[in-house]
Design a protein around this ligand. Structure first.
Ligand code: SF4
Ligand code: SF4
Length: 472
């Protein structure tokens, strides 16, 4: 029985409600009146509910899809401007007791070289990441209470925040670790994490249980209810995501909408971010994926998400090719990783080179961070290393109320330009620096508040003179 306020996973992600919604989508996919109503609602940036999402997913009329893309682009531009926030994953440990069928870190993969970074090795990784220009990290670990206990994660966060190399600093550490207890979430909150990220992988319980045949992750309810425990532990910025292609992505998209509604109804705030990883080949994984998502379906899914939850950041990783990343950035993605290594210790020993022997999945965008920044600038975007909200206490419902009131962009734009200027001064190649200068000159004009514009211009001069870390 569907109940968005229930604490039980199988009631707030009701299989019956998802199936009925998809059925509603099939029956109404040619209902012009309903489609017009949904597109108008999307265009007014009021978001969409799970049934409306189901209908758009099922609708295959090219004209409707074209309009959907136009609306998604308009929402993206209105709320996020041309800004794209950059981050890097940092893999700390690939010990894992779980048996996830799609992941190279699965417990039975004897080919995988297991490694956990020592605090000294983390320091080297972080210095390498700082020297690339990164300010925002997503920590990644496998699940292993013995080889990778919560104390290790907490110590690593402390180490990372403490490293100041040249002008570098990691200013926001997001954490992607296995579902855990309220007590451990409280400890993560006290350690000063930004967002707690946990992908659901798939909301379809039988597929979930098949894909996670052993280990603690096998428990669907414990995993699906993790964000409730995180919020109970005081973490108000949570990041969700489904690994598209494990099961029918229509099912997972509708179920994800139910998850969002549940978090809003129970905790008063939905997810801070949504990640849209797609299933990728991985070493030691032979699984065949009948539900693999095509590029066209993937783009449509991103555009629907942008319309459904206009104020939630959408994240894409280097799993995707540069070409596809360019297309989905246009349609709604607001955060991208750059210069990523998905192996353990891949930054310090190779400036972000992929370490195949310890990598979780194959990367499809091998460009350096500088190349990604140059490409974004050249394509008319504004790369941002901003971490201001978390540091100013603008999290959870405080952040969402500012975002929904349309006020957050008043600080995003100047913060983006000031952090981009820092990047330009400290890390950019000569060619990228030229692009950045053009972007900053043009984008300063788009700061509408004259007082904010004046302060921003003053701060840009101060950054050129060597000062750092300004924010609104
Ligand atoms: Fe372990 Fe996570 Fe990989 Fe599963 S997805 S095997 S839990 S690292
Ligand atoms: Fe993100 Fe806040 Fe910075 Fe805007 S001001 S980019 S919402 S951290």
């Amino acid at each position: 029985m569907y109940n968005s306020k229930s604490p039980n996973a199988e009631e707030f992600i009701s299989d019956q409600e998802v199936l009925e919604s998809l059925d509603y989508g099939v029956k109404n996919k040619d209902n012009r009146e309903e489609i017009e109503k949904i597109l108008a609602q999307a265009a007014s940036m009021k978001g969409l509910n799970h049934r409306q999402v189901a209908l758009l997913l099922k609708c295959d009329d090219p004209k409707v899809i074209e309009r959907l893309y136009t609306i998604a682009e308009e929402i993206k531009l209105h709320i996020y401007g041309r800004r794209i926030v950059l981050f890097a994953p940092l893999y700390l440990s690939n010990y894992c007791v779980n048996g996830c069928r799609y992941c190279a870190y699965h417990n039975a993969n004897c080919e995988m070289q297991r490694k956990q970074l020592s605090q000294e090795e983390i320091e080297k990784e972080v210095i390498a990441l700082q020297d690339m220009g990164h300010k925002r990290l997503a920590l990644e670990t496998g699940e292993d209470p013995v080889n990778c206990p919560i104390e290790y994660v907490l110590e690593s966060i402390k180490t990372i925040y403490g490293i100041k190399h040249k002008n570098g600093a990691i200013r926001r550490v997001n954490v992607n670790i296995a579902a855990t207890t309220v007590e451990n979430y409280r400890k993560l909150k006290e350690a000063g994490i930004g967002t707690y990220i946990l992908f659901q992988e798939t909301y379809h319980k039988p597929t979930y249980e098949y894909m996670h045949p052993k280990g603690p992750k096998h428990n669907y309810a414990y995993h699906t209810e993790a964000m409730d425990r995180a919020m109970e532990g005081g973490i108000d910025d949570v990041g969700i995501g489904a690994l598209l292609g494990l099961y029918d992505h229509h099912y997972d998209m509708v179920a994800m909408m139910l998850h969002i509604k549940h978090l809003e109804d129970v905790h008063g705030v939905g997810p801070h971010t949504i990640s849209v990883p797609r299933i990728r080949p991985a070493e030691g994984v032979d699984e065949v994926y009948p539900h693999a998502v095509s590029d066209e379906d993937f783009k449509k899914a991103v555009a629907i998400l942008r319309c459904a939850v206009p104020y939630t950041g959408i994240i894409i990783s280097t799993r995707e090719s540069p070409e596809l990343r360019a297309q989905v950035i246009r349609l709604g993605v607001s955060q991208v990783s750059g210069g990523s290594s998905t192996g353990i210790g891949g930054y310090a020993d190779g400036s972000g080179e992929q370490r195949e022997d310890t990598a979780q999945f194959e990367v499809n965008d091998h460009r350096t961070l500088d190349q990604v920044i140059g490409w974004l600038c050249e394509s008319g975007y504004v790369p941002s290393f901003c971490t201001a909200c978390y540091r100013e206490g603008r999290t959870g419902d405080r952040f969402m109320s500012l975002a929904k009131a349309g006020q957050i962009c008043n600080v995003c734009q100047p913060n983006a330009l000031m952090t981009l200027k820092e990047y330009r001064e400290d890390y950019a190649s000569a060619q990228t620096a030229k692009y950045i200068d053009q972007v900053i000159e043009e984008e300063v004009k788009h700061i509408t508040n004259e007082k904010v514009k004046t302060i921003t211009l003053q701060n840009l001069d101060k950054i050129a003179a060597g000062e750092r870390d300004f924010r609104f």
